[in-house]
Design a protein around this ligand. Structure first.
Ligand code: TYD
Ligand code: ZN
Length: 406
């Protein structure tokens, strides 16, 4: 029996994908032989209802000087973070000369909005290559993991934070209790922590099982977040749905009693109760839907292949690593993956070793079908690729269901 990483109660596994390569482990041909694999299995805690991985991968294996994910690679995400910054400033930054800290500040896309207006800020980012981009853009950041020592050092150097922000970061942190203690060290008495991550409710509703991969240790719901935080003296004070990353939730939390609790919190907790998100049933439904989704996608790709059609992937996402390896999709079925990230180009996808090529290759010789791995950026990409569609190219999507778009 495995125990909950948060509260140590027994967990119930609901999905097992078997051994998986690192989701962001794009690699060269001479690295194939040494490629590492880790078991990927998801479970639900019977007590705190936190959906989680059973075998978290050591953080240094994933977040290092080769981390190939840059927030700014999507213009829609850059616009989203401009709105995030404005929202924080309007709702949560009433202090005079406030300090804003971002955990997992990546290339500085969010903090830039505070840097330009002269707001005191510090980013914390362990991956050296992305942190270097933030520094070059004039964002103050420290290259290390966020833990109790980091929190103490920042508090000693700059004082306590009025707002601590994180996007697509807290779900990466295996030790959530240490994270809560670090927040406690760094947060001002009336400070607010605002973080957003992919939302369990959307993963279930959309059968977005490719959100399950090594970097995502947790699949948060408001129920699970509230139960994680309560013993640490924090409570949720606001929640807001976000469409980014295929369906996310933004949570605001504060020291218990320090701020009024918005109506949105009780409403979401009630909705989650009615959907049964604190029990295993919807997760077992997901597991069944996942295996049907695999059959449908593989059948569609085989049919394209036997009809002599070319299929290319669009967006070498971390999500696609789960999908490709679970479905066993090799370069036989998907010829290459188009991606705009220079660090991924010329490399091969983890596990299945599909070549990743620059977008120019896609544009120069468009495939018959483009399999949309970056489905979370569908609106941005479909608008940009109108010419592909007009020339007869078709999109294959698999979230919420496998289909060829009209
Ligand atoms: P992202 O969807 O953020 O996902 P994940 O968290 O699963 O890695 O990554 C998007 C990837 O798609 C990234 O490698 C950049 C690439 N991309 C393109 O190639 N073209 C585009 O137009 C967009 C928006 C993204
Ligand atoms: Zn638990």
């Amino acid at each position: 029996m495995t125990r909950c990483l948060v509260c140590a109660a027994p967990t119930r596994p609901f999905l097992s994908f078997g051994p998986m390569p690192l989701a962001n482990g794009f690699l060269r041909e001479d690295e194939f032989a040494a490629e590492e694999f880790h078991p990927l299995e998801a479970a639900l805690c019977a007590s705190c209802a936190m959906p989680q991985l059973v075998h978290p991968v050591p953080r240094e294996r994933m977040f290092n000087e080769r981390y190939p994910f840059f927030t700014a690679s999507s213009s829609a995400m850059a616009a989203h973070f401009a709105r995030f910054a404005a929202d924080v400033r309007r709702r949560w930054l009433s202090a005079a000369d406030p300090l804003v800290v971002e955990i997992g500040s990546n290339d500085g896309t969010l903090l830039r909005h505070f840097a330009v207006s002269g707001t005191r800020h510090v980013g914390v980012e362990p991956s050296a290559n992305v942190a270097a981009v933030a520094l070059a853009a004039g964002v103050r950041c420290t290259q290390r993991f966020f833990d109790e020592d980091t929190a103490s050092d920042i508090a000693a150097a700059h004082g306590r934070a009025d707002a601590i922000l994180a996007a697509n970061c807290f779900c990466h942190v295996a030790d959530l209790n240490a994270l809560a203690r670090s927040l406690d060290i760094l947060l001002a008495r009336d400070g607010v922590v605002v973080f957003e991550d992919p939302y369990a409710g959307d993963i279930l509703a959309r059968c977005a099982y490719d959100q399950i991969y090594d970097e995502h240790v947790y699949y948060f719901s408001a129920t699970a977040v509230a139960r994680w935080l309560a013993p640490h003296g924090f409570e949720l004070i606001d929640v807001a749905r976000q469409e980014v990353h295929g369906g996310s939730m933004r949570y605001a939390l504060a020291r218990t009693g320090a701020h009024p609790v918005g109506d949105s919190v009780a409403a979401l907790l009630a909705e989650e109760r009615s959907r049964g998100l604190d029990g295993i049933a919807p997760f077992l439904d997901l597991a069944r839907a996942v295996s049907r989704s695999r059959e449908a996608l593989v059948a569609l790709l085989r049919e394209a292949k036997s009809g002599g059609k070319r299929v290319a992937g669009y967006g070498a996402t971390s999500k696609s690593t789960t999908l490709l390896n679970y479905c066993g999709i090799t370069p036989e079925l998907v010829e290459f993956i188009s991606d705009t990230t220079p660090l991924k180009q010329g490399k091969f996808s983890p596990g299945m070793h599909i070549p990743v090529r620059p977008h120019g290759d896609f544009a120069a010789r468009p495939p018959d079908y483009a399999l949309l791995f970056a489905w979370n950026h569908a609106a941005e990409i479909l608008a940009k690729e109108r010419a592909f569609r007009e020339a007869g190219g078709r999109w294959i999507v698999y979230v919420p269901e496998v289909k060829v778009l009209d």
